[in-house]
Design a protein around this ligand. Structure first.
Ligand code: SF4
Length: 188
């Protein structure tokens, strides 16, 4: 058996708990039976990365019967060594929460209510509005006649849910449009 930091921590934790309980006179049979019924028992471990910030802590996702059942910090990853901040620790709820949005929601100008829209409608709206804004606001030259080719009325906020490759494509598309106002949710 190959020992990793994680294996060691698991074994040390389990041994310490059993020894302590046994020394206190508790019968550990029930606790052992309970441990085998934990929700991650028999689950497949998939290594992934926390999507919330640039630290990129590694996580272990437990998948059982095709469904995510738990996430935890990876003790073997040198950056986070098993720990996660409050956002990363709540990662599982991003998947399981009943508050999670799974369809586009739209609130029309001056309206106070949100309505559900399909993706085709949403993408058409986004494309239409970007095109209209660019046609209306594109600046070819500055006040001294120098070529600038920029669009100041569109702002882009990036997300760490996007991979490096996706970010590169998005960045190139924005540059092509002339968008100069860009920021990223993971900037610290
Ligand atoms: S949000 Fe927290 S857990 Fe996630 S990568 Fe950043 S520091 Fe790590």
């Amino acid at each position: 058996m190959a020992y990793t930091r994680r294996t060691f921590l698991k074994m040390a934790g389990a041994s310490a708990l059993c020894m302590t309980l046994a020394q206190l006179g508790f019968d550990t049979k029930e606790a052992r039976a309970y441990a085998t019924s934990l929700k991650i028992e028999g689950a497949k471990e998939v290594h992934s990365v926390c999507p919330f910030c640039a630290v990129c802590c590694q996580i272990i996702a437990h998948v059982k019967d095709g469904r995510l059942v738990s996430t935890e910090g990876d003790p073997d990853f040198p950056v986070n060594q098993g720990s996660l901040c409050a956002k990363g620790a709540a990662l599982f709820t991003m998947y399981s929460s009943h508050h999670r949005l799974t369809k586009p929601m739209y609130r029309a100008p001056y309206s106070s209510s949100w309505v559900e829209k399909d993706w085709d409608w949403t993408f058409r709206q986004i494309a239409r509005r970007i095109k209209d804004a660019r046609d209306k606001d594109f600046i070819r030259t500055d006040s001294r006649g120098r070529t600038v080719n920029r669009l100041e009325s569109v702002f882009s906020m990036g997300t760490s849910h996007a991979s490096n490759e996706e970010c590169a494509v998005i960045h190139q598309a924005l540059k092509g449009l002339g968008v100069i106002h860009q920021d990223h949710q993971a900037r610290t």
